[in-house]
Write a protein that binds this ligand. Structure first.
Ligand code: F6P
Length: 507
């Protein structure tokens, strides 16, 4: 049985958790609470005071982190030990932005330079009007999120993103584009992913029908398999490389970020990397008790496993950060949605929270009813930005005040309303993250914060955050069922599978 920690650590935490006052009581008793539970680094301020924490509980949690070896595991990851043991790989996304002299960091810097040179050339070419990134999962969600987040910093060609095998996605992306002025980026670590390769082939035919053999001039590949990309036809000087020591969901800082570089330019992309590096340094060198990603992970761990809160809502009060929840769904849940410990035994506790959410204030008019009055307690990560990214400062004030008000309403509630339907129980936890601005640098800091929190959560859960075997079975079944869907022999599955195929085919 995989244990998250020595049971005496866990018992101490449970005892401390049992003594946690309500948030209303905690704030009434301690005017300095926010100051004591908030931490700043770079352009980020994080306030954990509206979580169910006491000094006693936080100290027990930090001791737990120490007991499970978070510092040693962190150092082993950063050093390049083979910490992804189930796949026998290093986990070195930090080398993508470290600027160190390690072999991986030097390889990464060389590819970032190649990507920057290619981006400069294409951005300067008046014949390039649009970029279409074709990729899925980690080869899509990071670039989509960052491209949107950096809307105010874009000065390059229009970028569109295609991920889904649904033909509607590529159809929509190609609408209004000219094959002679569009650059396609085939983004795939493996260069075998069914959705990406099918969409890339369709795009190749679309360009080839106009440009003939010159189609290849319009294609870039970002991949850990440059030989496959070259065989597919992408010219070698347009194949940008990353490596198996970069997980797909941790790959934004690699050449997978190329479409972002096209949109904002290499200098701003370098700022994004600098922001990530700054958070990496904080994570590597700051004591556990004031280490923001570690504290964020401890809060996620205690909410999930001790307070039995199975989900966490991420609500960015920034329209430009609207894709952050989707990005974090893959980062957190593909990493930590596991039930077998790193020792190969079934875990006896909960693992990853279910991550969900949407931009505020929109979410207030959709799911906040449940957050305030539902039967389940859902911890929230509120994310706000101090500097407006839009043109209306008054609207930005209204946006941010809504976030601050929601956190207070969740914490304090209105427990004594005259009518039961109007009672807000309160005592609902949240974390507030306030960025100074939505610059490339701040964005890099918050992305790296979540990357490191995800890794620490995995260590606390006692699992390997860096494999993703759970995505394989469905892919295998889809491959085995395709002949049946196209009129061939029945594939695997149940009578329900047969019924669905039959119903589909009788259209
Ligand atoms: O969904 C599974 C997955 O392997 C992700 O981990 C990955 O980000 C995505 O597919 C895309 O993979 P690739 O970049 O190899 O096309």
């Amino acid at each position: 049985m995989a244990r998250q920690a020595d049971t005496s650590d866990t018992r101490r935490i449970e005892r401390a958790a049992g003594r946690v006052p309500t948030l209303a009581e905690a704030f009434a008793a301690d005017p300095g609470r926010s100051a004591r539970f908030s931490f700043a680094h770079g352009h980020m301020w994080v306030d954990f005071s509206m979580q169910h924490l006491t000094d006693e509980l936080l100290s027990a949690l930090v001791d737990l982190a120490r007991a499970v070896g978070v510092e040693e595991k962190r150092d082993a990851m950063l050093r390049g030990d083979t910490v992804n043991v189930t796949e026998g790989r290093k986990v070195l996304h930090t080398a993508l932005r470290s600027g160190d002299s390690t072999e991986e960091a030097r390889l990464a810097a060389a590819q970032t330079k190649r990507a920057a040179e290619l981006a400069e050339r294409l951005r300067a070419d008046p014949g390039v009007r649009a970029v279409v990134n074709i990729g899925i999962g980690g080869s899509d969600l990071g670039p989509v999120m960052a491209h949107r987040a950096l809307r105010a910093h874009r000065d390059g060609p229009e970028c569109r993103f295609v991920s889904n095998i649904d033909p509607a996605d590529l159809d929509d992306a190609l609408r209004g584009l000219d094959p002679t002025t569009t650059v396609f980026v085939v983004a795939s670590k493996t260069f075998t992913t069914q959705e990406t390769m099918h969409n890339a082939e369709r795009a190749r035919e679309w360009v080839r029908s106009v440009l003939g053999d010159a189609w290849a001039t319009r294609f870039v590949a970002t991949t850990a398999e440059p030989a496959r990309a070259a065989q597919w036809g992408v010219p070698a000087d347009q194949c940008l490389e990353f490596w198996d020591w970069v997980g797909g969901r941790f790959s934004l800082a690699s050449v997978i970020g190329f479409p972002v570089m096209m949109a904002v330019g290499p200098a701003r992309f370098a700022e994004l990397l600098a922001g990530m590096r700054s958070m990496d340094t904080h994570f590597a060198a700051t004591p556990l008790a004031t280490n923001i990603p570690v504290l964020h992970a401890l809060v996620a761990w205690v909410n999930t496993t001790v307070f039995s809160r199975p989900t966490c809502a991420v609500v960015p009060y920034s329209h430009d950060l609207a894709r952050l929840p989707a990005y974090l769904q893959q980062l957190v849940m593909e990493s930590n949605g596991k039930s077998v410990g790193i020792d190969g035994h079934e875990v006896m506790h909960q693992t990853s929270p279910v991550i969900w959410g949407d931009a505020g204030t929109n979410g207030q008019h959709a799911f906040f009813q449940l957050l305030h009055q539902g039967t389940r307690v859902v911890p929230v990560d509120f994310i706000g930005v101090r500097e407006p990214t839009g043109s209306d400062g008054a609207a930005h004030d209204m946006l941010v005040v809504n976030m601050i008000a929601q956190a207070a309403a969740l914490a304090l509630g209105r427990p004594h309303a005259e009518e039961p339907h109007r009672v807000f129980p309160g005592n609902r936890p949240s974390t507030t993250i306030l960025l100074d601005d939505l610059s490339p640098r701040s964005l890099g800091e918050i992305i790296a914060m979540y990357e490191h929190s995800t890794a620490v959560q995995g260590w606390l859960f006692g699992i390997n955050s860096f494999d993703q075997f759970g995505v394989e079975l469905g892919k295998e079944l889809a491959t085995a069922l395709l002949p049946e869907v196209q009129g061939g022999q029945p594939g695997p599955g149940t009578s329900a599978t047969r019924a669905a195929v039959h119903r589909y085919r009788s259209r």
